[in-house]
Write a protein that binds this ligand. Structure first.
Ligand code: SF4
Length: 210
């Protein structure tokens, strides 16, 4: 499957496991319950107005953060969370998430999930994209596509899907797997009316409709 997906979709040039962890955290909070386009607009507003650092965002007026985040929806709550998480990173972790990412995987994940606005998906995104740690974040596309492809249990929750995928792919391929399953979900395996006829994985898929 991975070979077929790699032939079918170009991996983004920016794709590395070295993204700044605090920036990844802020982008991922903004992206909750909204589209990539709205996330990009809101993040551009925010980074145009402030340095994306714990110090700058902890000291920013919450109303100013709200104004930047309007395109992303739930902006009042997201602004409050961003200001609070920035304060905690600044005061408790000396302004850097690196000390968390240096811990063993499970401890690192647990510490991230203690931060406001950070659930399992956000923690896994930071661990994978900024910590180079072996995990597969499960967003709505990854979850749907994995189940249709028979890679994860039909009624499985977040952890079931993550662990099922991780047991099937090599750790070195987790980043590509995450990105490529999202690409498949966006282009072909949509929530409604999946385009099975054109899907590159149709001969391998137990859920294909044609
Ligand atoms: S064949 Fe259809 S259901 Fe299966 S992965 Fe492709 S689009 Fe999704």
């Amino acid at each position: 499957m991975l070979e077929v997906l790699r032939r079918s979709f170009a991996l983004p040039e920016w794709l590395t496991a070295n993204m700044d962890p605090f920036e990844t955290l802020i982008i991922t909070i903004i992206s909750q319950n909204t589209t990539d386009r709205n996330t990009k607009r809101a993040f551009e507003n925010l980074s145009g107005k402030f340095h994306i650092t714990p110090e700058a965002l902890a000291n920013a007026e919450v109303e100013e953060i709200e104004r930047c985040l309007k395109p992303a929806g739930l902006y009042r709550n997201k602004a409050k969370v961003i200001k609070e998480v920035s304060r905690i990173v600044l005061e408790k972790y000396n302004g850097s998430l690196n000390s968390i990412l240096e811990k063993p995987f499970e401890e690192s994940r647990r510490m991230l999930m203690e931060l406001p606005g950070v659930g399992p998906k956000t923690a896994d995104v930071i661990l994978l994209f900024s910590g180079g740690k072996p995990t597969i974040p499960v967003d709505t596309h990854v979850k749907r596509v994995s189940k249709r492809l028979g890679l994860a249990p039909e009624n499985g929750g977040y952890e079931d899907v993550r662990k099922a995928l991780q047991s099937l792919f090599n750790a070195g391929d987790y980043l590509d797997t995450h990105i490529l399953l999202i690409s498949l979900g966006r282009k072909y395996c949509r929530a409604r009316n999946p385009h099975c006829g054109e899907c590159p994985l149709r001969i391998l898929c137990p859920s294909r409709s044609c």
